[in-house]
Design a binder for this molecule. Structure first.
Ligand SMILES: [Ca+2]
Ligand SMILES: [Ca+2]
Ligand SMILES: [Ca+2]
Length: 867
C-alpha cells in the first residue's frame, strides 16, 4: 500500500491495431484420421432423440460462460446420458479412482453409446471441441462431437478414435458447427466391429473462444476523505474500464455505507479509479481519478456526482487534492507533474509544467492555509517543493539524504509541521523562513517503517501505524509512543469524530473502520457493511499445480481461481470468492506441488500449496523480498550491487526446488536482477546484466536462461538508453557465473526479450517480434526470424516488460504455441512457420490447461482459446 504500488497504474496497456483475423476454422483433431469403421447413426435412436428434445426448454441466448454437460463426470450414474445404438452395454462404475461410464462391448455386430442429453446450445459457424478422459482397457473407444438442428436432427459430427490406452488418457475432438446447427452434444461410443471395454470420465465441451468473465473482486477503498465533523467518510472504490468506480458515503457511527454513487464517464475516456479525495471548505466532496485525471464533485445529500473535467490530457492521474480557502481545490498530477488549482469552475495550472524539470509526478500535496503555501511531493526521483500561492515562489525542501528515493508518497501539513512519507520513512519537517526570504525544512524527526498517512494533529499529537500498531508522535517533544491498538488494515484516511480518532482502510476481509479514543485507550476495528464490490482487472495469470487457472488483480491485488471447463454461468462475478492478502501479482509459476507467486511492490516471492487452505502468512507464505535486498544508491555499477527490486515479471524453477525470480528495479533505477531462493536458505539477489531489467526466465539443463529488457523502472529518462540492446544470459548455479549471449546480428528489434521458454532442450524466445532459438549445447543461435515485424517497443514501450509468451501443449508435440501483441499463434517446430490462430484486441498473457487450451485476459475477464 505504498506509493510505488499506486504508481503502477501509470503503466497502461495500449492495444495494437489488429493485424490478423481470427480463423474460425482453426484446426480439427481428426483431420487426416482414418475413416471410422462404423458411424454412430441409426433410425431407431432418432425418435428417442427427438423425444428428448421435446423436454428441453428453448435454446437460451448465446452466453459467454462455460458450456457445462450435466453429470459430465458420471458422479450421478448415467443421468443425463441418453442411450444410443444398441440397448445396454453401458454401466456407471468406479474405475481406477474415478466415477465413470463403462462401455463393455462383447458383440462384433453391435454398436453401443451414450450421448449427453439435453444437448447444449451451439451457434452455426462456431468451432467447438469435446474433451474427455478415457481408459480403453481393451479394444477401441470413440469420442464424438455432434451437431443437431432445432428438430433434433443430426447434422454432422467429428470424432477421435483411440485404442487400448491402458491408462487414463486425455482425448479431444473438434469441429465447426454447420449451417442450421443449434445444439452440440458429446457421444461416447464403441463401434460395431469393436469388441472391448472402455471407461469414460470428465466429458466437457467448449466453444473455440469463451469469455469466462470476471475472476476477481475488490471491496476495499482508495481515495478517502472525512467531513469536518468526522461523522461521514467519503471513499472511492476502484472499478475497471468496463465498470465505473463508485463513491461510497459511509456513516462512521453506524459503520455502514449509506449511499453508493457511480462516477460518470464516457466510453471514449473511461474512469477506472481514484486515489484522491478531499472535502472543500464549503463542504463539497472532490474526487481525483485516473487514467484521465478527471475531477469530480459530490455535494452531500445529492444522488449524483458531477464530472468537472480534466486537469490534463493523455494518460494521466490526479494523485492528490487538498482544500484551499473559499471552496477552492489544489491538486497534483501524473504524467506532466502539474500543480493545479480548481476554482469557480475552472482549472488553473500553477507554476511550471512540470513543476520541476524531469519530474512526472506531483504525487502528494499538503496545503498550509495560514501561509497560503502548498507543499508538493514529487517523483521520480523524489522532490519536495514549497509553492507560495500568492507569489509563485518555489523552494526545495527535501533533505539531500533522500535524493535517491523514488518519490514523496504522502504529505500532511498539520500541527505547524510538514509530515513527508518516503518509502516507509516518515520525515517530520519544521519549515523555516530564512533571512533572505527563502525556506528550508529542518528535520524534527525521522520515523522508520511507518505506514502511509498520518492523522490530523489533535492535542499536540499526530497518529499513524507502525509495526502494525497505532502510534503517536508528540510534535513538541519529538517522541514516538506506541499503543496496543491494532487497526488490522491498510489505512487510507484519518479523521476525528469529536475526541475519537477514526481511520478507514482496506483489510483482507474488506473495508474496515478503526476507532481509537486517546483519553481512554479504548479502540475497535470492525467491518463496514454494504460497501461497493467491484470487479478487478486481471494483471497476471498462470496455471497452478492443481491444473486450475490462477489470476492476480491489478492494483487492488487479490487472487482468483478458475477450474478449467467447470466454470459457473455467471460472468459478472468470480466462480470462487477472491482470495485476499496479496498485493498485485506480476507472475505465477507451478513447480512441483507448489504455486509460486511474484508480487509487486518490492518483488515478493510467495509460495502457495493449493492442497491446503488459503491463509495468508502461512499459505501462501512469503519466501523472499527482492525489495529488501540491495541499496537504493546502487544500480549495478562498478563495485555496486543491485538496487532494491520491485516488479517480479519472471519466475523459473529448478528440479532441486530452487526458485529464480527476474525483476524490474524500484523507481528511478535501470538494473533489474536475478533473485535466487531455495528452502532452507535466506535467498539472494544478483546483478546479471547491468542497466537492464530481467523480464523472462527458463530453466534448462542445469542453468537458468534469462531475457533482459533495456527498459528499467518507471521514472527513468530516457526510457531506453541510447544504443541499449537486450540480451540472453545464462546463470550457472554451480559456478555462480553469468554468461551473456548477444543476439544474432540480423536481429534488428531487440529492446526486450519478453519471453524465453525451454523447448526440447533448446531455449526459444522472442526479442520484440523476432523468434530466436538458442542451442545450449553449442552456445549458438540456430534460428532468428522476424515473425511479427510490427512489434516495436520504441514506439510502444509499455510492452517492453511483458509481451510474448510461449508454451507447449501435450496433445500437439509438433508445435510451440504462444501469444504476442493481440495474437495467439502456433509455430511449427521444424519449419518455424507461423500460423496466427486468434486475434483479439487488448488481450494479454497466456496460460495452458491440462488439455492444452490457452487462457488470456482482457481487462477484468479471463478468456479461453481452444486451439
Ligand atoms: Ca468422474
Ligand atoms: Ca461392437
Ligand atoms: Ca463466474
Amino acid at each position: 500500500m505504498i506509493d510505488a504500488r499506486r504508481l503502477a497504474g501509470a503503466v497502461g496497456r495500449r492495444s495494437r491495431p489488429e493485424r490478423h483475423r481470427f480463423d474460425p476454422m482453426g484446426r480439427s483433431t481428426n483431420g487426416g484420421a482414418a475413416v471410422p469403421r462404423s458411424r454412430p447413426t441409426g433410425i431407431a435412436t432418432t425418435a428417442l432423440l427427438i423425444l428428448a428434445f421435446l423436454t428441453v426448454s428453448p435454446a437460451s441466448p448465446a452466453r459467454a460462460a462455460d458450456l457445462i454437460i450435466a453429470n459430465g463426470g458420471f458422479d450421478d450414474g448415467l443421468t443425463g446420458w441418453s442411450g444410443s445404438h444398441s440397448p445396454g452395454g453401458v454401466t456407471a462404475v468406479t474405475w481406477q479412482g474415478r466415477t465413470s461410464a463403462q462401455i463393455a462391448d462383447t458383440d462384433a455386430t453391435k454398436a453401443y453409446g451414450r450421448e449427453s442429453m439435453p444437448s447444449l446450445p451451439a451457434a452455426a459457424g462456431t468451432r467447438y471441441a469435446v474433451f474427455a478422459k478415457v481408459w480403453a482397457e481393451s479394444g477401441s473407444a470413440d469420442l464424438y462431437l455432434r451437431f443437431r438442428d432445432d428438430t433434433g436432427a443430426l447434422l454432422s459430427s467429428a470424432y477421435t478414435h483411440v485404442t487400448a490406452t491402458g491408462q487414463w488418457t486425455d482425448v479431444r475432438a473438434a469441429a465447426t458447427a454447420p449451417a442450421g446447427a443449434t445444439r452440440v452434444s458429446a457421444l461416447i461410443y464403441s463401434g460395431v466391429a469393436n469388441v472391448g471395454t472402455a471407461y469414460w470420465d470428465d466429458i466437457r465441451v467448449s466453444a473455440a473462444v469463451t469469455n469466462l468473465g470476471v475472476q476477481l473482486e475488490s471491496d476495499v477503498p482508495n481515495g478517502t476523505a472525512f467531513d469536518a465533523a468526522g461523522g461521514t467518510v467519503y471513499a472511492v472504490y476502484t472499478g475497471t474500464e468496463a465498470r465505473n468506480p463508485r463513491l461510497a458515503v459511509i456513516d462512521v457511527a453506524g459503520e455502514t455505507v449509506t449511499r453508493k454513487i457511480e462516477l460518470p464517464d464516457s466510453a471514449a475516456s473511461p474512469t477506472v479509479g481514484g486515489w484522491a479525495a478531499t472535502v472543500a471548505t464549503d463542504g463539497s466532496v472532490y474526487l481525483g481519478t485516473y487514467p484521465n485525471s478527471k475531477l469530480y464533485r459530490y455535494v452531500p445529500g445529492q444522488t449524483t456526482v458531477s464530472d468537472l473535467g480534466r486537469a490534463e490530457g493523455g494518460y494521466s492521474f490526479i494523485w492528490d487534492i487538498e482544500p484551499g480557502s473559499g471552496g477552492e481545490i489544489y491538486g497534483g498530477t501524473y504524467n506532466d507533474a502539474r500543480y493545479f488549482r480548481y476554482q469557480n469552475g475552472a482549472f488553473t495550472t500553477m507554476g511550471a509544467v512540470p513543476i520541476r524539470p524531469g519530474k512526472e509526478n506531483v504525487r502528494s500535496i499538503a496545503h498550509d492555509p495560514v501561509a497560503n503555501a502548498t507543499y508538493l511531493g514529487l517523483g521520480t526521483n523524489a522532490g519536495l517543493v514549497r509553492y507560495d500561492n500568492a507569489t509563485g515562489r518555489t523552494d526545495d525542501l527535501l533533505p539531500a539524504a533522500y535524493a535517491n528515493e523514488s518519490m514523496v508518497g504522502d504529505l500532511t501539513w498539520t500541527g505547524d509541521r510538514l509530515f513527508a512519507w518516503l518509502n516507509r520513512t516518515l520525515l517530520v519537517l519544521h519549515v523555516v523562513r530564512n533571512a533572505d526570504g527563502s525556506y528550508r525544512g529542518d528535520v524534527d524527526a525521522v520515523i522508520g517503517d511507518a505506514e502511509l498517512h498520518v492523522s490530523p494533529a489533535r492535542d499536540g499529537k499526530v497518529w499513524f501505524v507502525k509495526d502494525e500498531v497505532l502510534q503517536s508522535y508528540d510534535i513538541a517533544g519529538r517522541t514516538v509512543s506506541a499503543t496496543s491498538a491494532r487497526p488490522g488494515m491498510d489505512v487510507t484516511g484519518y479523521g476525528w469524530a469529536g475526541n475519537t480518532l477514526v481511520a478507514l482502510g482496506g483489510a483482507p476481509t474488506g473495508t474496515k473502520v478503526f476507532k481509537y479514543t486517546p483519553a481512554t485507550g479504548q479502540w475497535t476495528s470492525r467491518g463496514v457493511s454494504s460497501v461497493p464490490i467491484l470487479p478487478a482487472a486481471i494483471n497476471a495469470l498462470g496455471t497452478g499445480p492443481d491444473g486450475k487457472i490462477y489470476t492476480g488483480g491489478y492494483l487492488t491485488g487479490g487472487t482468483g481461481v478458475y477450474d478449467p471447463l467447470h466454470g459457473d454461468a455467471d460472468d459478472n462475478t468470480p466462480d470462487t470468492p477472491t482470495l485476499t492478502g496479496l498485493h498485485q501479482t506480476d507472475s505465477l509459476l507451478a513447480a512441483g506441488s507448489k504455486l509460486y507467486i511474484g508480487v509487486y511492490p518490492s518483488a515478493k516471492l510467495y509460495e502457495y500449496d493449493p492442497t491446503r487452505a488459503w491463509n495468508p502468512g502461512t499459505n501462501p507464505v512469503l519466501r523472499y523480498t527482492g525489495g529488501a535486498a540491495g541499496d537504493i544508491a546502487d544500480d549495478c555499477g562498478a563495485g555496486q550491487g543491485p538496487p532494491p527490486q520491485d516488479r517480479p515479471y519472471a519466475l523459473a524453477a529448478a528440479p532441486d526446488g530452487t526458485v529464480y525470480m527476474g525483476s524490474v528495479p524500484k523507481y528511478g533505477k535501470r538494473s533489474g536482477a536475478l533473485s535466487i531462493w531455495k528452502a532452507g536458505t535466506q535467498g539472494r539477489t544478483l546483478c546479471v546484466v547491468p542497466g537492464q531489467a530481467v523480464v523472462s526466465l527458463a530453466y534448462q539443463g542445469g542453468k537458468v536462461y534469462g531475457g533482459t529488457s533495456a527498459r528499467g523502472a518507471l521514472g527513468v529518462n530516457p526510457v531506453f538508453p541510447p544504443g541499449a540492446q537486450s540480451t540472453l544470459f545464462a546463470y550457472d548455479p554451480a559456478t555462480g557465473g553469468v554468461t551473456t549471449y548477444p543476439l544474432p546480428a540480423a536481429v534488428t528489434n531487440r529492446l526486450a526479450i519478453t519471453d524465453v521458454t525451454a523447448v526440447d532442450g533448446d531455449i526459444w524466445g522472442f526479442a520484440e517480434g523476432w523468434l530466436f532459438v538458442f542451442d545450449p549445447g553449442t552456445g549458438r543461435y540456430t534460428t532468428a526470424t522476424q515473425l511479427f515485424p510490427g512489434i516495436d517497443y520504441k514506439a510502444d514501450p509499455t510492452h517492453a516488460w511483458r509481451d510474448a509468451n510461449l508454451t507447449t501443449v501435450p496433445w500437439d508435440t509438433g508445435h510451440v504455441y504462444g501469444s504476442i501483441g493481440d495474437q495467439i499463434f502456433r509455430i511449427d517446430k521444424s519449419t518455424k512457420a507461423l500460423t496466427v490462430l486468434h486475434t483479439e484486441k487488448g488481450m494479454d498473457g497466456l496460460a495452458a490447461d491440462a488439455d492444452g487450451n490457452l487462457y488470456y485476459k482482457i481487462g477484468e475477464t479471463l478468456r479461453r482459446y481452444v486451439p
